[in-house]
Design a protein around this ligand. Structure first.
Ligand code: SF4
Ligand code: SF4
Length: 298
């Protein structure tokens, strides 16, 4: 390769060409590798911690958006899988491309081979910042995306973490925590988890809500209600610029208030299925093709 800078340019161009909306590169921090990955289930020596393979020097993150309308409308619709599928395809093809260049590469994709904690890798790779709901918020798509990662020893210039004002915004905004049906998102300050400060997410509560009321496809309400999850039109681009450059926090409060009044959500309990005291509620009006009752006698 001619230089790590040119290689980074090549990898980003190829990833976009293969269909990725987002691309970022970082040196892989071994703290983000699972010591006991799910993919080793059924293998021998599963109790011994994984030694991070030497060729996992860099991590390339790719990401594609979930469909906007179903995401906003109904947490019971499996939009994650369509974005995950597209990110998987990009990662798999990127691996083939890197191997043709003569370097090692391994995809980490949902479903069967996530051996890494993806959100902090996205942060390191400059894709976005981690919000109160633990999901990564990007300037382009808010938190409406699903990622995949490629680890490699291809020498490539890493990106740097970015600051789009999320850490300050989340201090005042608690919209995701107030709307989470499971009460899984913390309303308080960040806490230290294994040496890193972050907002605590009660993953068990979140997972229980999915499985008790929605099934394994997940919920994503915290993504739908987050003020950053907006299509990048001029209004939202301007709002992002204003809040990023306002050190007083005033614009954060104004925008949070606007979000609450413009996009009010139903009572979180109503998202539950009727047998658990809810109404199968939607956050916003579903698109016509999700309204089965218009076509079928229910
Ligand atoms: S996915 Fe749903 S249950 Fe889980 S944290 Fe987000 S809003 Fe709460
Ligand atoms: S909804 Fe508000 S508090 Fe939650 S992640 Fe988004 S900006 Fe942060």
């Amino acid at each position: 390769m001619k230089s790590p800078e040119l290689t980074a340019e090549l990898i980003k161009k190829i990833a976009h060409e293969l269909g990725s909306t987002l691309v970022g590169i970082t040196r892989l921090n071994p703290d983000w590798v699972y010591l006991h990955p799910l993919t080793r289930r059924g293998f021998e020596n599963v109790d011994e911690p994984l030694e991070v393979p030497k060729h996992w020097e860099y991590a390339i993150v790719v990401g594609t958006p979930m469909s906007w309308d179903p995401l906003y409308a109904n947490p019971n619709y499996g939009t994650s899988m369509d974005a995950y599928a597209r990110s998987r395809i990009v990662a798999a093809r990127l691996v083939a491309f890197i191997k043709k260049l003569g370097y090692a590469a391994r995809p980490h994709i949902p479903g069967n081979s996530y051996d890494l904690m993806v959100p902090p890798i996205c942060v390191d790779a400059g894709i976005g910042e981690q919000g109160r709901h633990s999901v990564v918020i990007t300037p382009e798509l808010g938190c409406n995306f699903r990622p995949a990662v490629v680890t490699t020893n291809l020498p490539v210039k890493p990106d740097k973490p970015i600051d789009i004002g999320v850490q300050d915004f989340c201090k005042h905004c608690k919209i995701c925590a107030e709307n989470c049906p499971a009460g899984a998102i913390a309303t308080g300050e960040k806490v230290e988890v294994r040496g890193y400060r972050r907002y605590h997410l009660n993953a068990a509560k979140c997972n229980n809500f999915w499985n008790s009321t929605l099934g394994s496809m997940g919920c994503r309400l915290c993504i739908a209600v987050c003020p950053y999850t907006r299509k990048a039109n001029w209004l939202h681009k301007t709002a992002l610029k204003v809040t990023t450059n306002d050190p007083t926090g005033l614009s954060d409060r104004v925008l949070t208030g606007l979000q609450d009044s413009l996009y009010p959500g139903p009572d979180p309990q109503s998202y539950y299925i009727p047998s658990l005291g809810g109404e199968n509620a939607s956050y916003r009006e579903p698109p016509w093709w999700l309204k089965t009752e218009d076509f079928v006698d229910m």
